[in-house]
Design a protein around this ligand. Structure first.
Ligand code: GLP
Length: 251
């Protein structure tokens, strides 16, 4: 019963379509509420352009006392393998710059040991950290349907692991960061751990993501679009701005 014309029934997810100017404030308010309800929240966070406005709002919310991070644990979603420690394109550096280093009461931070001599062992250690439980995972959406560095070809039972990066991911990195030598590999929290988390929030903004968001949510799930597997999550919320949601069925 796997006809390709019928959408694979996923669980119902929550879709919030928000104005481009205000989406980050709305998501930050929900995040702040999670931190207040559970100060020891264990949350997996992404980098990339999409979450930057959310992190700015969270810094402001923490200053007002609305987002208490001090007892929380932040687990990094993914990391390049092959960039030197401290490189401004590193995911750990970006998350510290945009959020963690700007908080008065920073959380415990679990980065990915991408400099380890044995990256498979580093990935396994990160997998074990995730397997201790994640209350919330926040994700961006790649133009090729990736989440984290779960590139096309990834499967819903994949653990946290060393992965080869898609050409489009590497090209995007050159355009963004001007990396002289863009890595060919990364370590990513696997779809298995993302699907086990208490909640998953997918953040998608901008017109250029409209078509891949429709692919992820409204076409049959499959390894060509790893984000499509997120519909298996029992508590998935999709926060999209109006341009990103423009091609979705609504109503
Ligand atoms: C990158 C990261 C992802 C990120 C995605 C989207 O390659 N590995 O974690 O969510 O691409 O990035 P952006 O939000 O900049 O579009």
């Amino acid at each position: 019963m796997s006809g390709s014309s019928e959408p694979v029934p996923g669980r119902p997810y929550r879709l919030e379509v928000l104005p481009s100017a205000g989406w980050a404030r709305v998501v930050a308010a929900s995040f702040g509420a999670r931190l207040q309800a559970r100060p020891a929240l264990r949350v997996c966070l992404p980098t990339g352009d999409t979450p930057a406005p959310l992190y700015a709002e969270l810094v402001a919310a923490e200053g007002r006392g609305d987002a208490p991070f001090a007892s929380a644990t932040v687990v990094l979603l993914d990391e390049w393998v092959g960039l030197p420690a401290g490189d401004p394109a590193r995911c750990d550096v970006r998350l510290r710059d945009q959020l963690l280093g700007r908080l008065d009461g920073p959380p415990r931070f679990v980065a990915i040991d991408a400099d380890a001599a044995d990256p498979d062992a580093a990935a396994a250690a990160h997998d074990a950290e995730c397997a201790r439980g994640l209350d919330l995972v926040i994700l961006g959406l790649g133009m090729n349907g990736h989440v984290g560095f779960n590139e096309p070809g990834s499967r819903p039972d994949d653990p946290t692991r060393l992965v080869r990066l898609a050409v489009s991911t590497r090209e995007a990195a050159v355009t963004r960061y001007g990396l002289p030598h863009v890595p060919t590999a990364g370590i990513t929290v696997g779809l298995a751990r993302l699907l086990e988390a208490g909640e998953a929030w997918l953040l998608v903004t901008g017109e250029r993501k409209a078509s891949i968001l429709r692919r992820a949510l409204e076409e049959p799930e499959g390894p060509d679009c790893p984000a499509s597997y997120l519909r298996r999550h029992p508590r998935l919320a999709v926060f999209a701005d109006e341009p990103a949601a423009a091609l979705l069925r609504r109503g």
